[in-house]
Design a binder for this molecule. Structure first.
Ligand code: SF4
Length: 273
């Protein structure tokens, strides 16, 4: 059986940067570090970091003299204010691409646009961007008509392009003025493109990543659209031998928060079947 992998696999730029910043703090200053929510949506990596003294907490009020990390998806405005007010030491690992979404959204609001964020209202990145608009924005996941003359649009970084285009098209039909910032992260687009291209050449695809990772789930969705025999897995333990009957070529891809280590163990497991 032949096993093929996409070129862009494993941590993306933003996740690599965040992990390096935190590990540097722990190694150089021997600090106790906490993150508001998991630093990335990958349970295995979160556990590895816990062993190094990097603990996720649910509420900013639980900070107890640790160094506080603003995670890659960004934190909420009131959380940032609380941390500053208390004088806690902090490390801002918010991905620059996520900050770009926030910057454009704030610009649109300031200039009188009704701000639309295309994405998942429950995702921490969307919650963070919305909080910097003082919750004065609309989150859309499907085409909807908005009653406003000036509409300004940004997207969650991990959104798929198809959803973005469909929603923007609907908004264009009604608004007198529409200003659109395509803030989908390039890394997401490249991964989806490579993964769908590979999916068309193999008999089965494995998409590796946390079940709680939005970008992995979207990657699964687009790959599954091309290759119905696609499975989303978190680790090598999830791989089932019965999937491989009559399979000659397997493709492997992974979300932006999936460590190389996990991809390697999945690849080894598949080769051993
Ligand atoms: S997927 Fe893109 S936006 Fe998200 S952390 Fe990675 S580089 Fe940043």
């Amino acid at each position: 059986m032949e096993v093929l992998k996409t070129k862009n696999i494993g941590f993306c730029f933003g996740v690599k940067r965040a992990i390096n910043m935190i590990l540097k703090e722990v190694e150089e200053n021997k600090s106790r570090v906490c993150t508001i929510g998991p630093i990335i949506h990958n349970p295995q990596m979160v556990n590895i970091l816990k062993e190094k003294g990097i603990t996720p907490i649910e509420d900013v009020r639980q900070v107890n003299n640790e160094v506080v990390v603003f995670r890659t998806h960004g934190i909420k405005k009131d959380e940032e204010e609380y941390i500053k007010e208390k004088g806690f030491k902090s490390i801002d690992t918010t991905c620059p691409f996520v900050k770009r979404v926030r910057k454009h959204a704030m610009y649109l609001k300031k200039n009188g646009y009704r701000v639309v964020i295309i994405g998942d209202k429950n995702h921490p990145e969307v919650k963070s961007v919305l909080s910097y608009l003082d919750n004065d924005g609309i989150v859309l996941q499907e085409p909807t008509i908005i009653e406003a003359k000036k509409v300004g649009v940004v997207s969650q970084t991990t959104l798929d392009k198809g959803t973005f285009v469909n929603i923007v098209r609907e908004l264009a039909g009604n608004a007198q003025e529409l200003r659109v910032y395509n803030t989908i992260c390039e890394s997401t687009g490249i991964r989806q493109k490579e993964a769908t291209a590979l999916a068309g050449k193999v008999d089965m695809m494995l998409v590796v990543g946390g079940k709680n990772s939005a970008n992995t789930s979207r990657l699964y969705k687009v790959v599954h659209g091309v290759q119905p025999r696609t499975y989303q897995i978190e680790t090598a333990d999830d791989v089932k031998p019965e999937w491989f009957r009559d399979i000659h070529k397997v493709g492997i891809t992974g979300g932006a928060s999936t460590p190389d280590l996990i991809i390697d163990t999945v690849e080894r497991r598949v080769k051993n079947i």
